[in-house]
Design a protein around this ligand. Structure first.
Ligand SMILES: Cc1cc2nc3c(=O)[nH]c(=O)nc-3n(C[C@H](O)[C@H](O)[C@H](O)COP(=O)(O)O)c2cc1C
Length: 290
């Protein structure tokens, strides 16, 4: 989210979205140790992360210095201000899926001993400082979302919070730093996050922080889901408890990803009960914008 030409391009995109009555939020990323060697604007640069350790455990990059950390925090703030100037309705800080911020959150990739590593509070500090810097760079009513996940690309069983107490320790400083809503990434929205409760990840995040939350994961991907849509509630049934969960305010929004890549008209077809016309998601959908 920088550079005159790119920002002018984004302004065209946000204008078009606004003209169609939509809303658009820019997701700000740094991939850290997940960078493909040789890629990006400086191909020869090494991958960097909290400790130079990749999600697979290999020591394949450099540990960030405190000057690197300050520079990345400043770049996020600049990105937030640029996104607002380019017409976005908000930003989402990508702190999930094993990319840079998540590499700080996870003890497996963060072995620092300098105040940005150690216990949960220290591992959360980098994310909280990024959120605070973004918050200071945009007006108070400009939404800041934060995407967070237990799972990582290449480590689906990873966990950064073992129980609700640890999740609280992780999320509370982020809410205090200025997160308006948490986007809780799970591969399936319905499994309980912790033993002893039906709440999913987004449900726990809302309960612990009081912030609105977005849930996600496999909506519209299986046949059972599509067939069941033809049932009750004016064409929509309660798949996997989704509607029940939303009606009892477990979380506030549900995100839909691959089903929309398979069929951009997915939502209007579902709302109109035209389930027979839905085009299912297939791998080839990833190579198409149609
Ligand atoms: C092609 C593709 C690209 C994605 N890119 C991103 C991304 O840039 N940032 C992100 O947070 N998640 C990304 N995701 C994950 C999705 O946001 C979403 O969490 C995931 O697909 C699960 O939702 P679904 O089951 O509705 O598809 C991507 C997923 C796919 C399939």
């Amino acid at each position: 989210m920088y550079g005159e030409q790119a920002l002018a391009g984004w302004a065209g995109v946000t204008d078009a979205v606004r003209a169609s009555g939509g809303r658009i939020v820019a997701q700000l990323w740094h991939v850290g140790m997940a960078r493909t060697p040789g890629s990006g604007p400086v191909p020869g640069a090494p991958a960097v992360g909290p400790s130079g350790i990749a999600v697979d455990g290999s020591a394949s990059g450099l540990a960030m210095t405190s000057a690197d950390i300050d520079a990345v925090i400043a770049a996020y703030a600049e990105g937030a201000a640029n996104a607002r100037a380019a017409g976005f309705h908000g930003i989402e800080v990508h702190a999930a899926h094993g990319y840079l911020i998540d590499q700080f959150l996870w003890s497996h990739t963060n072995r620092r001993t300098d105040g940005y590593g150690g216990g949960i509070a220290a591992r959360t500090r980098f994310a909280a400082e990024i959120v605070a810097a973004c918050r200071a760079a945009v007006p108070a009513d400009f939404p800041i979302l934060l995407r967070i996940s237990q799972w990582k690309m290449g480590a689906f069983d990873a966990r950064i919070a073992q129980d609700p107490k640890e999740l609280d320790a992780l999320l509370t400083p982020l809410a205090a730093a200025g997160v308006d809503a948490f986007h809780c990434s799970t591969r399936r929205f319905h499994p309980p996050e912790f033993d002893g409760s039906d709440l999913n990840f987004a449900g726990w995040a809302k309960k612990l922080t009081g912030r609105p939350t977005i849930s996600v994961g496999s909506v519209g991907l299986d046949n059972e889901f599509l067939q069941a849509f033809q049932g009750q509630r004016g064409g929509v049934t309660d798949i996997g408890g989704l509607l029940d969960r939303m009606e009892r305010d477990e979380f506030d929004l549900i995100a839909v990803g691959r089903a929309l890549l398979g069929d951009p008209a997915w939502l209007s077809k579902v709302l109109d009960g035209r389930v027979d016309e839905l085009r299912p998601f297939q791998r080839e959908s990833l190579a198409s914008l149609a």
